[in-house]
Design a protein around this ligand. Structure first.
Ligand code: PMP
Ligand code: GLU
Length: 397
């Protein structure tokens, strides 16, 4: 007899978190694993942000904060949206939550009815499909492989939209591919969406600052879609604040209100201290964002050049985020002793066991045949990991 609901039984566990946990366990057991599975900046949170958190404790920010977030933080977010994205929102349209993750999930729970279709361009971040399932929606996957730089075309989007389509999710720069849509590509996608006024757009801009093309435009800036646009963002990636758990959404007031109602019943407002830290991040000096971006760019160049030396791997040149998403199906069918690599997942496990490098199977991102490496780690780690991967891969016959 199991007490577990169908809702949870039907849910896949987060592969990124599972792989990271596995590599932490191996490390604890004394194995020198290089963890390139989880995607999070390896930098520490900048000092001025940490100071703001300490000040908040001293100033007794210790009571329940408002469900949608402190007004001062929501104001700082509105200023950020105006300053950096040219978007005009008011604090009543902002909901702060436990990371961008919670706000993505809130947006889906607040807008999707059972059986509604949600279009997800794939490869996509592990949690999108599962969040849609939680909301009892039907994920509709639109696939774009390496040969199209992992970007869907307007034609593909048009073909996927039906009268049951409720939401289209969009993430550029993308996790797991690092692809960045150009202004023209976004304009063409926007044109398709303009023809379907009943479709809501959920733009996940969490990697906006981590791009190597001099500023990544976003679908969230499509003025014609503004009254059905939900923008999700947060401090995790831009300010190296993954553990602080602050994200937000900006949306038409009705949707923001619905998300706030939802949150009011199952989490309340997010940690008061973390909110004050996030406010400092948005209001303080912004050089730290650019310094980290530059470091990621050097690492991107390094990992791409090393990945090209691995026989059988096919790689694009990611223009944003901090992931490499090589196509590795050349290894399927190869053997090492009596072990046969039957899937990209087998190859990922082989790399963990043989090379002690933790990656994530592309299957977790709806793209079997690929794997994901997070290069948010030191250049030394990247060099060593790629050396080990190449050596282990060359043993496969
Ligand atoms: N969206 C994408 C595409 C991500 O990669 C992540 C980080 N895993 C998130 C949202 C969630 O970020 P957080 O909850 O840390 O703000
Ligand atoms: N962005 C990270 C990743 O994709 C965080 C882990 C997660 O929440 O999935 O690895």
């Amino acid at each position: 007899m199991s007490f577990i609901s169908e809702r949870v039984n039907n849910l896949a566990a987060s592969a990124t978190l599972a792989m990271s946990q596995k590599s932490a366990e191996l490390r604890a057991a004394g194995i020198d694993v290089i963890n390139m599975s989880i995607g999070e900046p390896d930098f520490n949170t900048p000092e001025f942000i940490k100071e703001a958190a300490k000040d908040a404790i001293t100033a007794n920010f210790s009571h329940y904060p408002p469900v949608a977030g402190y007004l001062s933080l929501r104001e700082a977010i509105c200023e950020k949206l105006e300053r950096e994205n040219g978007l005009h929102y008011t604090p009543a349209q902002i909901v702060v939550g436990n990371g961008a993750k919670q706000e993505l999930c809130n947006a889906l729970l607040a807008t999707v009815n059972p059986g509604d279709e949600v279009i997800i361009p794939v490869p996509a971040w592990v949690s999108y499909v599962e969040m849609v399932k939680l909301a009892e929606g039907k994920p509709v996957l639109v696939y774009a492989g390496l040969e199209q730089d992992f970007k869907i075309t307007p034609g593909q989007l048009e073909a996927a939209i039906t009268p049951r389509t409720r939401v289209v999710m969009f993430n550029s720069p993308s996790n797991p591919t690092g692809s960045v849509y150009t202004k023209d590509e976004l304009a063409a996608i926007t044109e398709v969406l303009e023809r379907h006024p009943n479709v809501l757009v959920l733009a996940d801009d969490i990697y906006e600052h981590i791009n190597y093309v001099g500023g990544a435009p976003s679908i969230s800036q499509s003025e014609s879609l503004k009254d059905r646009m939900v923008v999700v963002n947060g401090v995790s990636k831009a300010y190296a604040m993954t553990g602080w758990r602050i994200g937000y959404l900006a949306a038409p007031a009705e949707i923001a209100k619905a998300c706030s109602k939802l949150q009011g019943q199952y989490t309340s407002g997010v940690s008061s201290i973390a909110q004050k830290a996030a406010e400092a991040a948005y209001r303080g000096p912004q050089e730290c964002v650019e310094d980290m971006r530059k470091a990621f760019e050097r690492r991107r160049d390094l990992i791409v050049s090393l990945a090209k030396e691995i026989p059988g791997w096919k790689v694009n040149k990611p223009e944003g985020a901090f992931y490499l998403f090589p196509e590795v199906s050349a290894y399927i069918g190869k053997k090492y002793g009596d072990k046969e690599i039957r899937t990209s997942g087998d190859y990922v496990l082989y790399l963990l066991e043989e090379a002690h490098v933790a990656a994530v199977d592309g299957d977790a991102f709806c793209a079997p045949g690929y794997l994901r490496l997070s290069y948010a780690t030191s250049e030394d780690n990247i060099r060593e990991a790629m050396r080990r991967i190449r050596e282990a891969s060359e043993k496969l016959q």
